[in-house]
Structure formats: structure tokens, C-alpha cells
Design a protein around this ligand. Sequence first.
Ligand SMILES: Cc1cc2nc3c(=O)[nH]c(=O)nc-3n(C[C@H](O)[C@H](O)[C@H](O)COP(=O)(O)OP(=O)(O)OC[C@H]3O[C@@H](n4cnc5c(N)ncnc54)[C@H](O)[C@@H]3O)c2cc1C
Length: 377
Amino acid sequence: MTSPTQRSSVAIVGAGIVGLAHAVAALDAGHRVTVIEQDAAARLASVRNFGHVCASVQAGELGELAREALPLWQSLADRAGLEVRRSGTLVVARTAAEEAVLHELIEERAPEGARLVSGAEVGNLLRLDPAAAGGARPRAGALLPRDLTANPRTTAARIAAWIDAHELGEVRFSTTVRSVGTGVVDTSRGRIEADHVIVAAGHLIGRLFPDLAERGEVRECALQMARVRAPHAMGLGPAVLTGTSMLRYGAFAGPAAEALRAELRAARPELLEIDANVMLTQQADGTLLVGDSHVTHDAAPPFLDERWFGILLSEAAAVLGAPGLDVLERWQGVYATSRTQDVLRAMPTPGVTAVSVTTGTGMTVGLALGARTIAAL
Ligand SMILES: Cc1cc2nc3c(=O)[nH]c(=O)nc-3n(C[C@H](O)[C@H](O)[C@H](O)COP(=O)(O)OP(=O)(O)OC[C@H]3O[C@@H](n4cnc5c(N)ncnc54)[C@H](O)[C@@H]3O)c2cc1C
């Protein structure tokens, strides 16, 4: 083991999943780590999401990162006591066009372990009442067994607690970073010196590096989300993606997905109007996290559109063969988005690395990004 004086120090701005991922990787590599978070607890994208580690449907570099992240999640779950389970993902097809996308996924991209399942099997997995399902009865599904579901309400806090309890780690909450330079972080509670600084400020990256955010065309993507009571006893099954999800993730891309988009544009324009990705994750308390809509702004307005909730919730209810869903909570999440890259990685000044996931996949790829950045230091 190296002596304490030989260890380099890493300061990390942001205690969302990306900052925490970097902190864990840095601790594992033997560095001293200080995480600095403006809020008293992480409260932004990393706690407002589905907790879906949806590796199987990512393509390109996101796919590589996602596959690297899966074992890191398992190992961190054990060490930090995270509520993470290998839920798998069930992609539900209810129309012929959606079924065609699933065939294309399995035949041409074949995510590891993936298989097509019948409509009846989808019904069993979701514990649908065959009588109640009626016209919403699924035609087919794709089961993607490798994916994970984390509890987004507890994950960031537990990782932060694990870091803080580590002999080389520290998390300073309620401390705002005002500026970052080579070897130094200026905060609302004084200066912190570090050999390396990593800025993982999510969609707020432009507050510290406006030029970088502008060059990377970083904007805010706002999403409407809800927690609902499961409409029937569903057990603790897979995360569920639906037809609109097939328009979103790289592994579905192809002629069948384009045909589906054209069909939805004609038959369900309201879903495209709100750029819906109707999906849900099942939580241990029997509730479901349901969403979501997408709209990009320079600064996301805080107002939630009740009509949009109507569209999302009625579509989710139809997938579950339920007449409606009992909403327990509603909220808005915001993540960084960009037309020019999936992940913004830059060195705005020597010794400072800025990392922001600009695709809404931080839970899926964040741990691998952290490992890669730290390995490259
Ligand atoms: C509704 C919703 C659903 C999503 N679902 C999924 C999903 O199921 N699967 C998936 O993979 N991804 C999902 N995502 C995307 C994922 O949540 C994000 O990509 C990820 O959380 C980004 O993590 P982060 O750490 O970069 O950002 P954040 O979680 O936003 O954390 C950044 C942190 O930096 C802090 N900070 C910023 N500036 C400063 C400063 N100057 N000083 C100190 N602290 C600062 C902030 O307070 C914040 O805590 C979803 C996102 C949303 C919004």
C-alpha cells in the first residue's frame, strides 16, 4: 500500500450519481477524495429518476459504458448496502409495428440473454388479469435479463454515506462551489486544494463553465414523473418499457422503429407531442415509478402540465390493463441534454475534468464513466 503522503487528492463537485461514481473509483484507486455538494443531500436528477440501469438497450459508446457499469453496480451494492436488484427489463409490444421492432432488436442486435416472449408470458410477468386486460392485451415482449433496478430514493445517499465512512473519503454537503481552477476549489466554506478536480454538476455544469456548456450545446431536458400504487399485486418484477421507449434507445434504432414512429405519429400524436417514453420501474414498497415526458429548454420552467400527466398515466394504465392509476406523488426531473454528444467530457483547465451525461442515462453509465475518468488520471 502507498503511504498517505504518496496518495493524490481528488476534489469532486456534485454528489449525484456521476460525482459519486468518480469518488468511489478514486477511493478504490487509493486517492484521497472530497466530494462537495451544494445541497444538504442530493436532490436533483439522481434521486428523481426511475433507477433503471438499462444497459441492454444502449448502443455505441453508451452500450460499452453500460456493460462496464453492470458489475460495478453489483460490487458497490454489496459494499454500500444499496437497494439494487437484477430486475431485468420487459419491453412490451401491443401492436404489430411494436412487435416488429422487438424482432429486429433480437435478430440484429441480440442484447446478451435477451429473448422474445409471447403475449401470454408478458401477461404472466406483469400478473395481468386476462379478463381485465381486454383490448390492451400484449401481443409479445422482449425480456432483457441483465438490466438492474436501483431504488433512486436511497442510492445516492447510501453511496455518499459509504464514501464519508471510508478512511480516505469525505462528503461535504451544504457547500456551494463558486469557482474551480487548477489545484483549487473555491467554496462557500473556504478553499479546498486538490491534485485533481472533477466537476460532475449535471445540468448545472454551465454555472461553473459557461463557455464549455455553450460549446457542448448543453440544455435542460425536463421530465414529468409520478409514483403510483400498483393497480394489482405485481410482485417485484422487471422494469417495463413500451412502444414509445422503442423510439428512444439506440439498440432499437432501425427500419422497424422508423415504421413505428410513423404509425404513432398518425395514430397517437399526443405521445410524440410530449416526446413520451412510457415506462415504469417496480419498487420494493409495491409502488411504481411511472413516466415520462421530455421537453428541452435553456432553463426548464417549474410548471407541470396536468394534460401531459393524463397522457402518460392513461398509457401506463393501458399497459397494465387497469382502468386508471392511483397517483401518490408527482414531480419534475431535469437532466442535461445536448445535440452534439452523449457525454460531455472536457478538461476546461489543466487538472480539472468536467463530466456531464447529456442523454438521460447517468444511472446506466455513470459508474463506468467514473472508473474510466479515474483510470485516465
Ligand atoms: C426524471 C428522470 C428520469 C431518469 N431516468 C433514468 C433512468 O431510469 N436510468 C438512467 O440511466 N438515467 C435516468 N435519468 C438520467 C439520470 O438521472 C442522470 O443522467 C443522472 O442522475 C445525472 O447524474 P449527475 O450526478 O450528473 O447529476 P445530478 O444528479 O443532477 O447531480 C449533480 C449534483 O451536483 C450538485 N452541484 C451542481 N453545481 C454545484 C456547485 N456549484 N456546487 C456544489 N454542488 C453542485 C447538484 O446539487 C447535484 O446534486 C433520468 C433523469 C430524470 C430527470
